[in-house]
Write a protein of this length. Structure first.
Length: 383
């Protein structure tokens, strides 16, 4: 067995490493140098509540005129090309058994080794994987499988695994211990919490305030360390969304979808076995088009040859007014309901999106309503 693996395993399974330190004693891996200690919770409250708030704790107002030129703005480096910046937050969400944990492990090992993740380049950095779901022996087996699936044989020393299943599901305690130990991870770039619902087990995941508070706690780690935060989450029981938006398929509070900078959801392909449809929505970059992943753990590969159903295409790719007009031109004339049904079925748009496109066409006098018997028909030429 390679010496690096022995060291990796021994460090991971050291007795007491994953327990709280006794009161009055420092954590085994926590630094005692106050200048290096990261304080996550913000300024300590003043003992006298009557005193005015310390306004210096918040950043000052900034003049737009003092900003750097647009081309001089310094942005955080990309951790995963075209998908995630450092110091940003991300969520991988999906139906049950859509390999969320496998893909989270794959992304973590890709960053730790500086190798590609689903065809995207990564920036090498330290990784902490907080595992609330798997028994350590099965997690270790998966880690080895994914590593070997990438063609590697030596575990990266900068990948730290924290087995928390059955140990602690209290977010405050986990984050407090994490704060004590976080300086022990060299060049920390990526923190993964899998799955988020177990870290949030002491709160109501449908309560927006409670969920937001938890996500803000994770955000403070991101802000103070520069590391990206990723958590995995599950879809609601039906796996559907009222407006068809993939973000709204997630279970619980809408904060899970509103808060992250990168959202990637995975659904089973309706006709291709072992294939997943991945959809993304990004806050700070152009969102990639939906893509297909063939899942054969520990191997995952892109399948550009597999067609994506229209219902899984983002609204920006589904239809333009030209598409809607072309469909009507081929038919010659259609009743309002027939035209709507055909467009919804063919392009995967919602009735409201159809109405908006038709209103635009009508305002430009490209389509007209004409009376036909007791009803009306849409046509492209006015009588």
């Amino acid at each position: 067995m390679p010496e690096s693996h022995v060291a990796f395993t021994e460090a991971m399974l050291q007795p007491g490493f994953f327990q709280d330190s006794p009161i009055g004693e420092p954590s085994p891996t926590a630094t005692t140098d106050e200048s290096k200690t990261i304080h996550i919770g913000g300024p300590i409250a003043q003992p006298n509540a009557a005193e005015p708030a310390d306004t210096t704790a918040l950043p000052p107002f900034l003049k737009f005129s003092d900003f750097p030129k647009k081309h001089e703005i310094i942005k955080p480096p990309l951790l995963i090309d075209g998908l995630l910046h450092q110091s940003s937050k991300a969520v991988y969400a999906g139906q049950s058994k859509t390999f969320k944990t496998w893909i989270a492990i794959l992304s973590g090992l890709s960053v730790a080794t500086g190798t590609d993740f689903l065809g995207r380049e990564t920036r090498k950095g330290g990784v902490l994987y907080m595992d609330f779901e798997l028994q350590p022996c099965f997690a270790q087996d998966r880690l080895w499988s994914v590593l070997q699936g990438k063609g590697l044989s030596v575990p990266p020393p900068n990948f730290m695994y924290w087995p928390l299943r059955g140990k602690c599901y209290d977010a405050d305690r986990v984050l407090r211990v994490l704060e004590e130990r976080i300086n022990s991870i060299p060049d920390l770039a990526f923190i993964i919490a899998d799955p988020i619902y177990k870290l949030a087990s002491n709160i109501d995941e449908n309560h927006a305030g409670s969920v937001t508070e938890l996500l803000l706690s994770l955000e403070r780690f991101s802000e103070s360390t520069g590391a990206a935060i990723l958590f995995t989450h599950h879809f609601n029981k039906s796996g559907t969304a009222a407006n068809g938006d993939h973000m709204n398929k997630m279970s619980g509070s809408g904060s899970f979808a509103r808060d992250p900078d990168t959202i990637m959801t995975m659904s089973r392909h309706p006709s291709e076995p072992n294939c997943l449809i991945a959809e993304t929505t990004l806050r700070n970059m152009k969102s990639p088009d939906p893509f297909v992943i063939e899942a054969d753990p520990p191997n995952f590969r892109l399948r550009e040859d597999v067609e994506i159903p229209v219902t899984n295409r983002s609204s920006r790719d589904r239809a333009s007014k030209e598409d809607v007009l072309e469909l009507l031109a081929k038919e010659g004339s259609l009743s309002p309901k027939a035209w709507e049904n055909k467009c919804v079925q063919k392009f995967g748009i919602t009735p409201r999106q159809f109405e908006s496109l038709v209103a635009e066409l009508r305002s430009k006098k490209e389509v007209f309503l004409k009376r036909e018997g007791e009803g009306y028909l849409w046509v492209i030429e006015e009588d």
